[in-house]
Design a protein around this ligand. Sequence first.
Ligand code: DAO
Ligand code: DAO
Length: 205
Amino acid sequence: NSAPVTESRTGMEFPSILKDTQRLLGIGLRKKSVFGLKNIDVYAYGVYADDVDVKKCLAEKHGRHSVSELQQKEELRNHLMENDIRMTVRLQIVYGRLSINSVRSAFEESVGSRLHKFGGYDNKELLQRFTSQFKDEIKLPRGSIIELSRDHDYILHTTIDGKEVGSIQSKLLCRSILDLYIGDESFDHKANEDVESNLASLLHK
Ligand code: DAO
Ligand code: DAO
Protein backbone atom coordinates (compact mmCIF):
# COMPACT_ATOMS: atom_id res chain seq x y z
CA ASN A 1 0.00 0.00 0.00
CA SER A 2 1.95 3.02 -1.23
CA ALA A 3 -0.54 5.79 -2.00
CA PRO A 4 0.38 9.17 -0.51
CA VAL A 5 -1.44 10.26 2.64
CA THR A 6 -3.05 13.70 2.92
CA GLU A 7 -2.90 15.86 6.02
CA SER A 8 -6.56 16.82 6.18
CA ARG A 9 -6.33 20.34 7.60
CA THR A 10 -3.75 21.63 5.11
CA GLY A 11 -4.12 19.29 2.14
CA MET A 12 -0.38 18.53 2.21
CA GLU A 13 0.41 15.09 0.80
CA PHE A 14 3.01 12.79 2.26
CA PRO A 15 4.57 9.83 0.48
CA SER A 16 3.86 6.65 2.41
CA ILE A 17 7.44 5.40 1.91
CA LEU A 18 10.64 7.45 2.05
CA LYS A 19 14.21 6.40 1.21
CA ASP A 20 12.92 2.95 0.09
CA THR A 21 12.57 1.53 3.59
CA GLN A 22 11.13 4.21 5.82
CA ARG A 23 7.42 3.95 6.44
CA LEU A 24 5.08 6.82 7.29
CA LEU A 25 3.86 6.30 10.87
CA GLY A 26 2.11 9.56 11.64
CA ILE A 27 1.18 13.04 10.46
CA GLY A 28 0.80 16.26 12.41
CA LEU A 29 0.44 20.01 12.12
CA ARG A 30 2.69 22.68 13.62
CA LYS A 31 0.77 25.81 14.49
CA LYS A 32 1.97 28.98 16.05
CA SER A 33 0.07 31.80 17.63
CA VAL A 34 1.24 35.23 16.62
CA PHE A 35 0.81 38.16 18.96
CA GLY A 36 -1.81 36.09 20.79
CA LEU A 37 -4.16 37.03 17.99
CA LYS A 38 -4.33 34.25 15.51
CA ASN A 39 -3.02 30.78 14.98
CA ILE A 40 -1.12 30.19 11.79
CA ASP A 41 -0.54 26.78 10.26
CA VAL A 42 3.25 26.82 9.84
CA TYR A 43 3.94 23.37 8.43
CA ALA A 44 2.55 19.87 8.23
CA TYR A 45 4.86 17.04 9.22
CA GLY A 46 5.22 13.34 8.61
CA VAL A 47 7.15 10.96 10.86
CA TYR A 48 8.88 7.97 9.23
CA ALA A 49 10.90 5.05 10.56
CA ASP A 50 12.87 2.27 8.97
CA ASP A 51 10.82 -0.92 8.93
CA VAL A 52 13.62 -3.35 9.60
CA ASP A 53 15.15 -1.28 12.40
CA VAL A 54 11.77 -0.94 14.04
CA LYS A 55 10.98 -4.62 13.94
CA LYS A 56 14.42 -5.62 15.15
CA CYS A 57 14.55 -3.18 17.99
CA LEU A 58 10.99 -3.20 19.20
CA ALA A 59 10.35 -6.90 18.83
CA GLU A 60 13.16 -7.65 21.25
CA LYS A 61 11.66 -5.35 23.82
CA HIS A 62 7.97 -5.90 23.34
CA GLY A 63 7.44 -9.18 21.56
CA ARG A 64 6.19 -11.08 24.56
CA HIS A 65 5.09 -8.34 26.88
CA SER A 66 1.92 -8.59 28.87
CA VAL A 67 1.62 -4.99 30.08
CA SER A 68 -1.62 -3.17 29.34
CA GLU A 69 -2.04 -2.21 25.75
CA LEU A 70 -2.18 1.51 26.48
CA GLN A 71 1.00 1.45 28.49
CA GLN A 72 2.68 -0.57 25.80
CA LYS A 73 1.79 1.95 23.12
CA GLU A 74 3.38 4.81 25.01
CA GLU A 75 6.45 2.71 25.62
CA LEU A 76 6.72 1.91 21.94
CA ARG A 77 6.76 5.57 21.03
CA ASN A 78 9.46 6.23 23.61
CA HIS A 79 11.57 3.34 22.36
CA LEU A 80 11.34 4.70 18.87
CA MET A 81 12.80 8.02 20.03
CA GLU A 82 15.45 6.52 22.33
CA ASN A 83 16.96 3.82 20.15
CA ASP A 84 19.25 3.64 17.16
CA ILE A 85 16.44 3.42 14.61
CA ARG A 86 16.70 5.33 11.34
CA MET A 87 13.95 7.93 11.24
CA THR A 88 12.92 11.00 9.30
CA VAL A 89 10.68 13.92 10.14
CA ARG A 90 9.54 15.57 6.93
CA LEU A 91 8.26 19.15 7.21
CA GLN A 92 6.16 20.62 4.40
CA ILE A 93 5.85 24.37 4.68
CA VAL A 94 2.30 25.74 4.66
CA TYR A 95 2.87 29.34 5.74
CA GLY A 96 4.30 31.14 2.75
CA ARG A 97 5.98 34.06 4.48
CA LEU A 98 8.48 32.47 6.81
CA SER A 99 11.60 34.47 7.35
CA ILE A 100 14.81 32.76 8.25
CA ASN A 101 14.96 34.85 11.41
CA SER A 102 11.61 33.58 12.61
CA VAL A 103 12.74 30.03 11.87
CA ARG A 104 15.88 30.62 13.89
CA SER A 105 14.08 32.06 16.88
CA ALA A 106 11.33 29.40 16.86
CA PHE A 107 14.05 26.80 16.69
CA GLU A 108 15.98 28.26 19.59
CA GLU A 109 12.87 28.28 21.68
CA SER A 110 11.47 24.85 20.89
CA VAL A 111 14.65 22.84 20.41
CA GLY A 112 16.39 24.83 23.14
CA SER A 113 13.76 23.81 25.67
CA ARG A 114 14.22 20.12 24.77
CA LEU A 115 18.01 20.27 24.93
CA HIS A 116 17.55 21.67 28.39
CA LYS A 117 15.01 19.02 29.32
CA PHE A 118 17.11 16.06 28.18
CA GLY A 119 20.60 17.46 28.65
CA GLY A 120 19.96 19.15 31.95
CA TYR A 121 21.95 22.25 31.20
CA ASP A 122 22.13 24.97 28.55
CA ASN A 123 23.48 23.54 25.34
CA LYS A 124 24.21 26.80 23.62
CA GLU A 125 27.09 25.36 21.65
CA LEU A 126 25.01 22.50 20.21
CA LEU A 127 22.13 24.83 19.41
CA GLN A 128 24.46 27.21 17.62
CA ARG A 129 26.05 24.41 15.64
CA PHE A 130 22.63 23.53 14.35
CA THR A 131 21.39 27.05 13.69
CA SER A 132 24.59 27.94 11.86
CA GLN A 133 23.22 25.71 9.08
CA PHE A 134 20.47 28.26 8.53
CA LYS A 135 22.04 30.60 6.04
CA ASP A 136 20.40 33.98 5.45
CA GLU A 137 19.92 33.28 1.76
CA ILE A 138 17.73 30.21 2.34
CA LYS A 139 14.16 30.74 1.18
CA LEU A 140 11.29 28.63 2.42
CA PRO A 141 8.24 29.33 0.28
CA ARG A 142 5.02 27.37 0.72
CA GLY A 143 5.58 23.76 -0.35
CA SER A 144 9.27 23.69 0.63
CA ILE A 145 10.33 20.39 2.12
CA ILE A 146 12.72 20.09 5.03
CA GLU A 147 13.84 16.64 6.11
CA LEU A 148 15.43 15.97 9.46
CA SER A 149 16.83 12.44 9.27
CA ARG A 150 18.39 10.47 12.05
CA ASP A 151 20.84 7.95 10.64
CA HIS A 152 22.57 5.15 12.55
CA ASP A 153 24.89 6.32 15.32
CA TYR A 154 22.65 9.34 15.92
CA ILE A 155 23.76 11.44 12.98
CA LEU A 156 21.18 14.07 12.14
CA HIS A 157 21.09 15.08 8.47
CA THR A 158 19.16 18.16 7.42
CA THR A 159 18.03 18.60 3.83
CA ILE A 160 16.00 21.32 2.16
CA ASP A 161 14.23 20.33 -1.04
CA GLY A 162 16.53 17.33 -1.32
CA LYS A 163 19.82 19.19 -0.78
CA GLU A 164 21.81 18.47 2.31
CA VAL A 165 22.55 21.60 4.34
CA GLY A 166 24.46 19.88 7.14
CA SER A 167 24.86 16.94 9.46
CA ILE A 168 25.61 16.72 13.15
CA GLN A 169 26.27 13.69 15.32
CA SER A 170 24.48 14.04 18.63
CA LYS A 171 22.17 11.66 20.40
CA LEU A 172 20.85 14.55 22.48
CA LEU A 173 20.02 16.69 19.45
CA CYS A 174 18.27 13.76 17.71
CA ARG A 175 16.25 12.97 20.81
CA SER A 176 15.31 16.62 21.28
CA ILE A 177 14.10 17.05 17.71
CA LEU A 178 12.03 13.87 17.77
CA ASP A 179 10.47 14.98 21.03
CA LEU A 180 9.01 18.05 19.32
CA TYR A 181 7.10 15.84 16.93
CA ILE A 182 6.14 12.71 18.86
CA GLY A 183 7.10 13.42 22.48
CA ASP A 184 4.55 13.75 25.27
CA GLU A 185 4.23 17.47 24.60
CA SER A 186 4.51 17.31 20.84
CA PHE A 187 3.12 19.92 18.46
CA ASP A 188 0.23 17.63 17.56
CA HIS A 189 -1.06 14.71 19.63
CA LYS A 190 -2.69 13.27 16.55
CA ALA A 191 0.83 12.37 15.38
CA ASN A 192 1.53 10.56 18.68
CA GLU A 193 -1.64 8.53 18.35
CA ASP A 194 -0.95 7.62 14.72
CA VAL A 195 2.55 6.49 15.60
CA GLU A 196 1.39 4.43 18.55
CA SER A 197 -1.26 2.56 16.66
CA ASN A 198 0.92 1.98 13.61
CA LEU A 199 3.77 0.64 15.73
CA ALA A 200 1.42 -1.63 17.61
CA SER A 201 0.00 -3.08 14.42
CA LEU A 202 3.46 -3.54 12.89
CA LEU A 203 4.46 -5.60 15.87
CA HIS A 204 1.37 -7.70 16.16
CA LYS A 205 1.25 -8.64 12.54
O1 DAO B 1 6.61 36.51 12.11
O2 DAO B 1 5.66 36.17 10.21
C1 DAO B 1 5.85 35.88 11.40
C2 DAO B 1 5.19 34.68 11.96
C3 DAO B 1 6.11 33.58 11.77
C4 DAO B 1 5.86 32.40 12.62
C5 DAO B 1 7.08 31.58 12.57
C6 DAO B 1 7.01 30.25 13.12
C7 DAO B 1 8.28 29.55 12.78
C8 DAO B 1 8.24 28.11 12.99
C9 DAO B 1 9.48 27.40 12.56
C10 DAO B 1 9.47 26.92 11.18
C11 DAO B 1 10.54 25.95 10.92
C12 DAO B 1 10.59 25.44 9.54
O1 DAO C 1 8.77 24.22 14.66
O2 DAO C 1 9.61 25.23 16.36
C1 DAO C 1 9.71 24.45 15.42
C2 DAO C 1 10.98 23.72 15.28
C3 DAO C 1 11.50 23.86 13.97
C4 DAO C 1 12.60 22.93 13.68
C5 DAO C 1 12.85 23.00 12.24
C6 DAO C 1 14.20 22.79 11.82
C7 DAO C 1 14.38 23.50 10.56
C8 DAO C 1 15.72 23.33 10.07
C9 DAO C 1 15.94 23.80 8.69
C10 DAO C 1 15.99 25.25 8.54
C11 DAO C 1 16.77 25.65 7.40
C12 DAO C 1 16.70 27.08 7.17
